[in-house]
Ligand binder design. Structure first.
Ligand code: HEC
Ligand code: HEC
Ligand code: HEC
Ligand code: HEC
Ligand code: HEC
Ligand code: HEC
Ligand code: HEC
Ligand code: HEC
Ligand code: HEC
Length: 370
């Protein structure tokens, strides 16, 4: 039901359309004929290249129904010469088949289904993602195909001009603001650096995962580890490539890995990377706002160790593995243990074995009591 279908607007459309028809008929070979079915895109442009043409919904929303010819013709679908009516089967005549949506969002949610006719693989991928679940639960603002890709201006994904985080940011504005200020986002937006993660590297693009449908918090160290354990990549930025190794070998990380392997359905109370570094707002440890800067570290530990005092963070080795050139005292204590423990255990074993041999020989009577 459109409010545009009142007599005044109809008369306006009729006069306007008749004029357009006459002009088009005389200036080109096309002859759109009312009631006979439009098939050619040119017939649609007769009306839809008018930048003033609008459509109103019962909700009171009014949208432009102008279609930019250049934009469409340079889109992936336009380049293939796809006819408008391939997607808009109900518009081959004017007046078009009436629509029943009460507002613009409902209209978009009905029309995105068009995409799924051809792109069956992608619809299968998005089926159970966070947005589809939110949509099914009654949240109409969750993302569908056209929210991320556009409509008549769809480009090949490798040629898309808008960085994907900004597309996500149209709805996730606050998160995107934090992200663009983070060490990763600043590198992506500032330098176009392709090595840093964008939203889709961590959440996926079609099979989008988040805390509500995946033990995301628990498994998030694996996401970081993909890049931060890549020695060549990290060394090219002068960043410590052992952060994952050192995390896994310390008391916090060890427990997290055990949870991941044997109790992945349970949340752990031990910190994962983002509990110390922040999620979308992580900064370089040298930044004065960084949650892991020495001056700010105590507050970060106190989230879980409320009684921690000023020197508490020193009880922990951070990302450093003790070695001859860093954290030497711990390294030497470890070395002493490495020598002492085999020595002690070895001596014990020797004692037990020799005692056994002695008892055995005694039994056989080959040895006199001493
Ligand atoms: C006579 C002018 C005219 C022609 C020709 C025309 N349209 Fe429309 N179209 C309109 C007007 C006016 C509306 C606004 C809604 C209404 O009044 O029906 C509209 C609405 C639409 C809509 C939005 C509503 C819906 O049904 O989804 C689409 C899509 C559309 N037209 C596509 C097309 C296509 C595709 C063609 C060519 C095959 C075409 N139109 C030809 C005038 C025209
Ligand atoms: C690949 C499929 C596809 C093709 C091809 C296509 N459209 Fe659309 N069109 C859509 C979808 C999807 C929407 C709904 C967009 C939204 O949510 O706003 C739409 C919306 C519209 C609207 C309503 C206004 C708007 O932008 O939402 C008009 C008018 C329209 N199309 C006209 C055309 C014309 C004219 C052509 C050919 C030049 C064309 N379309 C080609 C998919 C297509
Ligand atoms: C009639 C079939 C058809 C419909 C309907 C259709 N597409 Fe396409 N789409 C194609 C074809 C064909 C291509 C170009 C070949 C390819 O790359 O897969 C394409 C390409 C694309 C690409 C670029 C793929 C790449 O490799 O980068 C995107 C993105 C896309 N379509 C999204 C959509 C969206 C969103 C809709 C709904 C508005 C839609 N398509 C509707 C057939 C269709
Ligand atoms: C939340 C945003 C989002 C939604 C919703 C979305 N896409 Fe995509 N789509 C992307 C991103 C990002 C890529 C690029 C993937 C990559 O490079 O890994 C992509 C890639 C594609 C491609 C290129 C081929 C491929 O699979 O990589 C096609 C075609 C496509 N999408 C169609 C669709 C269709 C059809 C829908 C709806 C059923 C849809 N997309 C829904 C974000 C989205
Ligand atoms: C480096 C990986 C990474 C990047 C990049 C990233 N995220 Fe996240 N995101 C996460 C993690 C991990 C969580 C889970 C946080 C938790 O469990 O406390 C999360 C949670 C979320 C949530 C749900 C919880 C909330 O805070 O509302 C949304 C929505 C989200 N991210 C959207 C985005 C968007 C949009 C972008 C891009 C602007 C983005 N993310 C970039 C890792 C990332
Ligand atoms: C059209 C708006 C829109 C766009 C565009 C959009 N989202 Fe969302 N997203 C939503 C809504 C709505 C929710 C559900 C929020 C809720 O239930 O709290 C959501 C939820 C999420 C969640 C949270 C899931 C959870 O487990 O809590 C993540 C992660 C997410 N989106 C990632 C993305 C990413 C990545 C992109 C870009 C590729 C993106 N979104 C684009 C609207 C959007
Ligand atoms: C796609 C690869 C990738 C992923 C995934 C990734 N990072 Fe990064 N990260 C980088 C790169 C590359 C840099 C260096 C950026 C620069 O300096 O311009 C960086 C920088 C950093 C820095 C700043 C280091 C410094 O000294 O400046 C921190 C902290 C960081 N990442 C933590 C994380 C955490 C925590 C995660 C997981 C939630 C994560 N990263 C996921 C690639 C990644
Ligand atoms: C208990 C808190 C804590 C946890 C958990 C933690 N970090 Fe850190 N991280 C720090 C502190 C403190 C620093 C700064 C001092 C340093 O460089 O060791 C740091 C530094 C870093 C740096 C910068 C190193 C450099 O050379 O500049 C990166 C990258 C990093 N962490 C990534 C990670 C990743 C990935 C994880 C998870 C696998 C993780 N962190 C887990 C506290 C933590
Ligand atoms: C997300 C919560 C969380 C954060 C953040 C956190 N820890 Fe822990 N940490 C724990 C838990 C839980 C234990 C195990 C406590 C137990 O078993 O008694 C633990 C154990 C420890 C232990 C072993 C000794 C003890 O008290 O049992 C040290 C040392 C420690 N953490 C240091 C730190 C430091 C330093 C920071 C800050 C850089 C930090 N932690 C941040 C949760 C956290």
């Amino acid at each position: 039901m459109y409010t545009s279908v009142n007599r005044g607007t109809f008369l306006f459309h009729f006069i306007w359309f008749s004029l357009a028809l006459i002009i088009v008929t005389y200036t080109s070979g096309f002859q759109p004929v009312l009631g006979e079915g439009f098939t050619d895109n040119e017939e649609c442009y007769v009306c839809h290249s008018n930048t003033n043409l609008e459509m109103a919904f019962p909700s009171g929303e009014v949208i432009s129904i102008f279609v930019d010819r250049d934009e469409y013709e340079s889109s992936v679908h336009g380049e293939q010469g796809m006819a408008c009516i391939t997607c808009h089967a109900g518009t081959t005549e004017y007046p078009h088949q009436p629509r029943t949506e009460l507002n613009y969002r409902d209209y978009s949610l009905d029309l995105y289904a068009i995409c799924t006719r051809c792109h069956t693989e992608q619809i299968a991928e998005i089926r159970n993602n966070v947005h589809m679940v939110a949509l099914a639960a009654g949240n109409p603002n969750a993302a569908v195909c056209t929210d991320c890709h556009g409509t008549h201006n769809i480009l090949c994904v490798s040629e898309a001009i808008t960085p994907m985080n900004r597309t996500c940011g149209t709805c996730h504005g606050e998160i995107n603001e934090l992200y663009e200020l983070s060490v990763h986002g600043a590198a992506l937006i500032g330098d176009g650096n392709p090595d840093v993660p964008s939203c889709t590297d961590c959440h996926g693009s079609h099979e989008i995962i988040g805390p509500s449908n995946y033990p995301f918090h628990l498994f998030s160290p694996q996401i970081c580890g993909d890049c931060h354990s890549d020695r060549d990549l990290m060394e090219s930025y002068g960043i410590n490539p052992n952060v994952m190794d050192s995390y896994v070998s310390d008391f916090h990380g060890k427990t997290v890995i055990i949870f991941e392997t044997v109790a992945s359905d349970q949340e752990t109370n031990k910190p994962v990377c983002i509990d110390c570094h922040g999620v979308h707002d992580m900064l370089s440890p040298e930044d004065s706002h960084s949650s892991v800067l020495k001056e700010n570290l105590l507050v970060t530990c106190q989230k879980c160790h409320p009684d921690a005092s000023a020197n508490f963070p020193d009880s922990w080795l951070s990302h450093y593995n003790p070695g001859p050139d860093q954290i030497r005292p711990v390294f030497y204590v470890k070395v002493i243990y490495w020598i002492l423990i085999p020595l002690l255990v070895g001596a014990m074993a020797l004692y037990v074995v020799s005692d056994f041999v002695r008892q055995w020989l005694k039994l056989k009577g080959e040895m006199k009591d001493v």
